[in-house]
Design a protein around this ligand. Structure first.
Ligand code: CTP
Ligand code: CA
Length: 232
């Protein structure tokens, strides 16, 4: 069958994937969010499961149906994602941080719906930085654990994008960083993706364009190579 042709190169490996975009509540009916659909993260979870991995997906506000065949934990805010990720990382051989985490959250969450009559013509929201979950995960990395980050950049120039990526990979302490260009019509919510993967040393390890499923497989190829290198 077609299924038996899929290499089981992640058999017995435990893979933690985060997907989607966090939402930071403003009041009971509103939030600060981003346009991440969760498609690339879900594609990664499915591809890892197809290759034999035991997958946990931390799903933040997916635009698409959560996949079957993987353990799904629903989260919404960055704080919830952080708590779930820190709880699950001990059990993971591979961590793939595909979720778009809100960099800031409202300082205060109004307990009742904010009313225009109380605000006038302008409303200022005060936001505070969220903790960097990926940085925390690399800070508690288990021996042999492979950690993959994503970097969504709107920078159109390839060399400038790579420079941003290299600095980000170093800052985050990841083994692999998947760079993808996002914009009004690219990356987020699209069916396809265009990526460059760099390693901890900033070397380009792969470039891929195509369906989010094919891009997921390319990323997982590098994960298995990186884990094999580390074990050598
Ligand atoms: N990330 C995270 N926690 C945050 C912000 C980002 O874990 N509070 C993770 C993302 O899931 C992604 C990686 O860090 O895997 C890079 O996210 P990105 O937004 O590109 O980088 P930032 O460090 O937030 O920098 P900036 O948005 O300013 O470019
Ligand atoms: Ca960010």
């Amino acid at each position: 069958s077609a299924a038996s042709a899929i290499p089981q190169d992640l058999a017995g490996r435990r893979v933690l994937v985060t997907a989607g975009g966090t939402r930071e509540p403003i009041d009971p009916v509103r939030f600060v969010g981003n346009r991440s659909s969760g498609r690339q993260g879900v594609a990664l979870a499915l591809a890892a499961a197809a290759r034999g991995a035991e997958v946990t997906l931390l799903a933040a506000n997916l635009d698409i149906a959560a996949p079957t065949g993987v353990r799904v934990v629903a989260v919404s805010t960055a704080a919830e994602l952080r708590e779930a990720a820190l709880a699950a990382t001990d059990e993971a051989d591979v961590v793939i941080m595909a979720a778009a985490v809100a960099d800031y959250r409202p300082v205060e969450i109004a307990t009742a719906k904010i009313k225009k009559d109380d605000q006038g013509d302008e409303l200022a929201l005060r936001l505070v930085r969220n903790p960097d979950i990926l940085r925390e995960l690399t800070g508690v990395r288990r021996p042999g654990q492979t950690i993959v980050g994503f970097a969504a950049e709107t920078e159109p120039d390839r060399d400038a994008q790579l420079a941003l990526g290299r600095a980000k990979a170093a800052r985050k302490g990841v083994d692999l960083l998947v760079l993808n260009r996002v914009g009004w019509h690219e990356g987020f919510q699209a069916e396809t993706n265009e990526i460059i993967v760099i390693d901890a040393a900033g070397e380009i390890r792969a470039e891929a364009t195509g369906s989010k499923a094919s891009v997921a497989d390319r990323i997982l190829d590098l994960v298995t190579e990186t884990a094999a290198d580390a074990a050598r």
